[in-house]
Design a protein around this ligand. Structure first.
Ligand SMILES: [Zn+2]
Ligand SMILES: [Zn+2]
Ligand SMILES: [Zn+2]
Length: 187
């Protein structure tokens, strides 16, 4: 009676990552959407029992033995989410950005490095200030949102100076005056 079903089962197992122990295990692809989230019933019951709490505003999960767990055996939940998405341990250079609040791990961005993470935060600040991150930036001196063309070119960071042209001009002028008075006082 079950013969046809048996024949139609896809040949071979495919790999899944267990939600609890994060080890790879094999199962039929047909099970993907249903129960296949855990490699064993032991992992499933451990998953149900594990302690989840908020620490430093972030969600942490009890996971002794995890390579990123602290001394009390807790690991940031966003690390587990990112590792599950990547399908491998999180490289140490990688930074995780939270699109919403820090305890919301549903929408995170896995950043290649911290430099990229800082760019995301700079963009977020521009949006929060009502600007357009593609064409504008915030002057770190006068704190105004200005068009990028109002900042001098530089070879560092995002290619434009941190001070707007106006602030940079005033800053250079101040420095010149300061140097002048320093020289004068030495005479
Ligand atoms: Zn497992
Ligand atoms: Zn961030
Ligand atoms: Zn400025």
């Amino acid at each position: 009676m079950n013969e046809i079903e048996t024949v139609q089962v896809p040949s071979g197992f495919i790999n899944f990552i267990c939600d609890q122990c994060h080890h790879e295990f094999e199962a039929y692809p047909a099970h993907r959407k249903s129960t296949v989230k855990f490699c064993s019933t032991k992992c499933y019951s451990n998953y149900r029992k594990r302690d989840t709490r908020i620490k430093q505003g972030r969600l942490v999960v009890q996971f002794p033995g995890h390579h990123r767990a602290n001394q009390s055996g807790y690991v940031f939940n966003y690390i587990l989410v990112a590792e599950k998405a990547l399908g491998k341990p999180l490289p140490s250079k990688v930074a995780i950005h939270h699109v919403g609040s820090l305890d919301d791990d549903k929408l995170i961005v896995i950043c290649e490095n911290n430099a990229y993470h800082l760019i995301l935060h700079a963009r977020k600040r521009i949006v929060e200030a009502g600007g357009n991150p593609n064409t504008q930036k915030i002057c770190s001196k006068c704190k105004n949102v200005k068009d990028r063309i109002l900042f001098n070119h530089t070879t560092q960071g995002d290619g434009r100076s941190n001070y707007c042209k106006e602030c940079e001009r005033l800053w250079k002028q101040e420095r010149r005056e300061q140097n002048g008075s320093n020289r004068a006082s030495k005479i």
